[in-house]
Design a protein around this ligand. Structure first.
Ligand code: GUN
Ligand code: ZN
Length: 427
């Protein structure tokens, strides 16, 4: 058992923040020897029962759950900041040419190493990531993530049409490769596999059908794709799949909507699509920095809440502009304001933070496992230093409430605010 003493942030199941100025977090092995949060709460109340246990004391710091990034492309680490008129030219001019590099032996390994460093520097301890269409890009990321004992989900991108040589795969082989990767990696330590059709325009109906069959055969494997991000993309899908009711319905028609299916963007949906997201228990990954950078549009928070489907925040690097969850939460605040019908405040800070931690974990089907520090959770955490920059120090010192404190960190924070990232499973 190890005790940590500092201010402590965690969440109730309904997304309320719980904050202790002087908190205790106890992490130790469960009956199966796996590291779990054993206790979390006020130091004064809990410490007597742990007398004699080693304590790490961080005065002036805040322990918070590790962030959960619901959608990120590790091969696009070097694509960040590539401007384009919109999604489709961005893919053609920057992303596909870049992803071709991952065919080379050893290329994915060094990017995966840098990528995991960057996740951890920014306080991200759980991620659902795209690899490329090359199976070796998946092996590279899983190998690196396993080495660091990260909770990471990824998969080989499926794209057997409308893709240039070098990233386009072959229908039958792509499905064979996917199944082999599921068997090699899914459930190893904290790794999970995601069946990963890039998006409907770059897969033939045969590939989507095969992906849906694998999704039925492996029900606890994740599914990830993109949907309704950009209006040109939406029109293209209507031409390619005229028999489907909508873009989202294409995925449903091929058996790709179910629990553990995560669709990035979900901007240009209608009410029937939103109802379908809810009915199929699929989740949306909301990527506001990407949507602002590529000019894709604004996620409709009110529409999502009306329909009741799950969603959480995501960087979408390299369409997204930052690995930092603070930048993503701030962009979500701006977008929440844009989409409003009534004037007033946007999303409250506790909700923004929840959407990038426990809420995102819930949307991934990892409630009570990741993204929170309640008893039973895995207990990956970050140590925040609110004095990391002069302005952070000055502004947080004047915060009169938890909301003010969280807001100051969301608005002013970046990787400098994250002093340490602690992976509780580390051997
Ligand atoms: N749609 C299909 N591929 C991609 C991608 O790599 N990034 C984004 N943002 N959208 C996509
Ligand atoms: Zn994406």
């Amino acid at each position: 058992m190890h005790l940590y003493r500092s201010a402590l942030l965690r969440f109730t199941d309904d997304g309320q923040a719980v904050y202790e100025e002087d908190g205790l977090l106890a992490i130790g092995p469960d009956a199966h020897g796996r590291q779990r949060v054993q206790a979390a709460g006020a130091w004064q109340q809990l410490s007597p029962q742990f007398a004699g246990q080693p304590v790490t004391h961080w005065p002036g710091r805040i322990i918070a759950p590790g962030f959960v990034d619901m959608h990120i492309h590790y091969p696009q680490t070097d694509v960040v900041g590539s401007p384009a008129e919109g999604l489709l030219p961005w893919l053609e001019n920057y992303t596909f040419p870049h992803e071709k590099r991952f065919v080379a032996h050893g290329y994915g390994e060094q990017v995966a190493h840098f990528f995991c460093d960057e996740l951890l520097r920014n306080g991200v301890t759980t991620a659902l990531a795209f690899a490329t269409s090359h199976p070796q890009s998946v092996d590279a990321l899983f190998t690196e993530a396993r080495h660091r004992q990260l909770r990471l989900i990824t998969g080989k991108v499926l794209q057997d049409r409308h893709s240039p040589d070098g990233v386009r795969d072959e229908t039958e082989q792509s499905l064979i490769d996917t199944e082999a990767l599921i068997q090699r990696w899914h459930g190893v330590d904290r790794l999970g596999y995601a069946i990963t059709p890039r998006f409907a325009p770059t897969s033939t109906p045969a590939q989507l059908r095969g992906a849906g069959e694998l999704a039925a055969r492996y029900p606890d494997v994740w599914i990830q794709s993109h949907v309704a991000e950009n209006l040109d993309e939406v029109r293209w899908v209507q031409e390619l799949f005229p028999r489907s009711r909508s873009y989202l319905a294409v995925y449903d028609d091929f058996g790709l909507m179910r629990e553990r299916a995560v669709y990035a963007h979900c901007i240009h949906l209608d009410e029937a699509d939103r109802a379908l997201m809810h009915e199929r228990r699929s989740a949306a990954a909301v990527s506001p920095t990407s949507n602002l950078f590529l000019g894709s549009g604004f996620f409709d928070y009110a529409g999502a809440d009306r329909a009741g489907f799950a969603y959480g925040l995501a960087s979408d690097v390299g369409g997204g502009t930052s690995f930092s969850p603070f930048h993503t939460m701030l962009a979500a605040y701006y977008v929440g304001r844009e989409g409003q019908t009534k004037p007033g405040l946007s999303l409250p800070p506790q909700q923004l933070w929840w959407q990038h931690t426990a809420g995102a974990a819930r949307a991934l089907g990892l409630q009570g496992v990741a993204g929170n520090l309640q008893p039973g959770c895995e207990g990956d955490f970050i140590v925040l230093n609110p004095q990391a920059t002069p302005l952070l120090a000055r502004r947080t010192a004047q915060a009169d409430s938890l909301d003010e404190l969280l807001f100051a960190m969301i608005v002013l924070g970046d990787d400098r605010l994250v002093e340490q990232t602690v992976i509780s499973q580390a051997k």
